[in-house]
Design a protein around this ligand. Structure first.
Ligand code: BGC
Length: 455
């Protein structure tokens, strides 16, 4: 017998429907940072630089009012180390006051605040002293973190000590695609260990200095970790063996090694070295950033050292403006993987799609949120979902051409007008109803009715 078709995927009370962002990508004028300097070298693919970005620094009030109007319930934002400490040891009080006003405004609107202390970017003076390879950097990061916790620690409902440390560790140190463009496995290892030490130190600092969250419960601290669903392409013959081996290593370098180190306290072989003080169990929740599946394919024509193509989509799979495979099932599998590993509550800290015309996004949203619902139905505690991103922003190496926003903004528009896409209203309906209803899906993404409701 068929189960009766459902008409609504309902979410638990107090589920947070938020949006996500990062300082450097939206604030603008992060002049004292390593990324700012790197951008000036003409390395950004669409020829842009972050510049004034979306000018969130000055337009935050307007943005918060728009989020509130759309009935969004949470916001994830970042603090920029390079703004707070533009020169070594000089902490800028004007900047901290400005961040305080931003956070006060978010509080006034009643948003659940998720605050990131490090999202890839560092002050230029840190980069110049050898970034995370320099043993002093961890200590200096902790000094910065302490200052921010002291000044702003009363605001966050959720702390993200760092965003996806594996991304700069791999792209910046192994593949040479991000600053400082190293190509060294040894550097990957050293940088990863520094990140882990900085995370562990920050975790304990927060618990010492701000043991309670604004609602009086224990502070919630974690990392927003990148979880691409990595698979081998499975070519026939030796190429397939190599792909399976590469996927095995890539999964460990990307997240499994990190999960292991944090969970057990014993450095995974991918990180090596002696124990890292305070790392064991240094998560109160697990932050998941999920976007896509990566299928690793051997390509002997490639000139790089690993001869792997990570950009190919499996036949029949749609891809986004980034060329990323759309694979909602991987979201569920990731959530389950993290839950089985840690057994801790989960916060979706990022999930989204680059889609300038907003043709794929509505379907992407409902199909991915349906996977979150599936996991909740199976008893996995998920606290909320922060969609990436609130507005279009500076998409790192890709510049402004790749557009992840629920709200469209043209970086070359002198007025930087905020124009909600249809998806912004779709997400608003979901947040208001605390559910994905058949009516909503029929209105915004009719192609997804069958997949979302299992008809
Ligand atoms: C990062 C964001 C980025 C997004 C889309 C995530 O890995 O945290 O900063 O914009 O992916 O590429």
């Amino acid at each position: 017998m068929h189960a009766l078709p459902r008409d609504s995927l309902n979410f638990p009370d107090n589920f947070i429907w938020g949006t996500s962002s990062a300082g450097h990508q939206i604030e603008g004028s992060n002049e004292f940072s390593d990324w700012w300097a790197w951008e000036q070298e003409g390395l950004i693919e669409d020829g842009t630089v972050s510049g004034r970005a979306m000018d969130y620094w000055n337009r935050h009030e307007e943005d918060h009012a728009l989020m509130a109007k759309l009935a969004y319930k949470g916001f994830r934002l970042g603090i920029e180390w390079a703004r707070v400490e533009p020169q070594k040891g000089r902490f800028d009080c004007v900047v901290i006051e400005h961040y305080r006003r931003i956070l006060q405004s978010l509080r006034k609107h009643g948003f659940k605040i998720c605050l990131t202390l490090h999202h890839w970017v560092m002050p230029r003076w840190v980069a110049e002293q050898g970034d995370w390879l320099n043993p002093d950097t961890v200590h200096q990061f902790l000094r910065y973190a302490k200052f921010v916790i002291e000044e702003l620690g009363a605001f966050p409902d959720y702390w993200v000590t760092m965003n996806e440390p594996m991304v700069p560790a791999i792209l910046g140190n192994v593949l040479g695609q991000f600053p400082p463009q190293r190509r060294s496995l040894r550097a990957y290892r050293a940088v990863s260990r520094s990140y882990l030490r900085a995370h562990a130190g920050t975790y304990h600092l927060i618990h010492k200095m701000h043991p309670l969250a604004p609602d009086g419960t224990r502070s919630m601290v974690g990392v927003a970790m990148a979880y691409p669903w990595i698979e081998p392409w499975n070519s026939p013959g030796p190429a397939g063996w190599y792909e399976r081996f590469a996927a095995f290593i890539a999964r460990r370098a990307a997240f499994e090694g990190w999960d292991h180190t944090i969970c057990t306290g014993k450095p995974h072989w991918i990180h090596g070295g002696p124990a890292i003080a305070g790392i064991q169990n240094s998560y109160d929740y697990c932050g998941i950033n999920y976007y896509t599946r990566v299928s690793l394919k051997y390509d002997r024509r490639r000139r790089d050292q690993y001869r792997l193509d990570e950009t190919k989509a499996l036949p029949g799979i749609d891809v986004t403006q980034m060329g990323w495979q759309i694979y909602p099932e991987g979201f569920y599998r990731t959530i389950r993987h993290v839950w089985e590993r840690f057994g801790k509550p989960i916060l979706i800290t990022e999930n989204g799609i680059a889609d300038d015309t907003d043709t794929q996004r509505p379907r992407y949203i409902v199909e991915h949120i349906a996977q979150v619902h599936r996991a909740i139905q199976e008893g996995i505690p998920i606290l909320g979902y922060y969609h990436w991103s609130f507005i279009d922003n500076f998409e790192w190496r890709e510049g402004f051409a790749k557009r992840f926003g629920l709200i469209a903004v043209r970086h070359d528009d002198p007025d930087l007008i905020r124009a909600p896409r249809r998806s912004a209203y779709l997400y608003s309906e979901i947040a208001q109803k605390n559910a994905v209803t058949r009516e909503t899906v029929e209105a915004y993404a009719p192609q997804a009715v069958a997949t979302v409701f299992g008809d």
